[in-house]
Design a protein. Structure first.
Length: 120
């Protein structure tokens, strides 16, 4: 897989925005991997409950509040994605600064809006 999107904060609950984002990414034929609190599946995408050394991560889209993100700082930076999207409720200027220091683009936006307006 090339240009993979990693959804962090993924949920099997169809009412959660992370779940909807996974479905819309699949609809757009974007390669997706997912990380959440519990294992599960959203269509063809398995949700992992452990941090893995994913390859070819282009975009990380966050569905975690800023406090919960702290344990992921080093992990995400280590994946060296091109960008990290901070969805509504996940805005975190401390992490944005760290990403920029590591030459990773930080975007405060909504993945669902970006997809629906062809800006993803």
């Amino acid at each position: 897989m090339k240009n993979v999107t990693l959804v962090i904060g993924a949920s099997t609950n169809p009412n959660r925005y992370s779940n909807i984002a996974i479905k819309r990414l699949i609809d757009r034929e974007v390669a997706v991997v997912a990380l959440g609190l519990r294992k599960g599946k959203v269509f063809s995408v398995s949700i992992d409950d452990e941090k893995k050394e994913y390859k070819n991560i282009d975009t990380v889209t966050l569905y975690l509040n800023p406090k919960r993100q702290e344990e992921y700082y080093s992990y995400i930076i280590g994946l060296q994605p091109r960008r990290v999207i901070f969805n509504p409720g996940s805005e975190n200027m401390e992490f944005v600064k760290l990403l920029k220091e590591n030459n990773i683009e930080a975007e405060v936006a909504c993945t669902l809006v970006l997809l629906s307006t062809n800006q993803y």
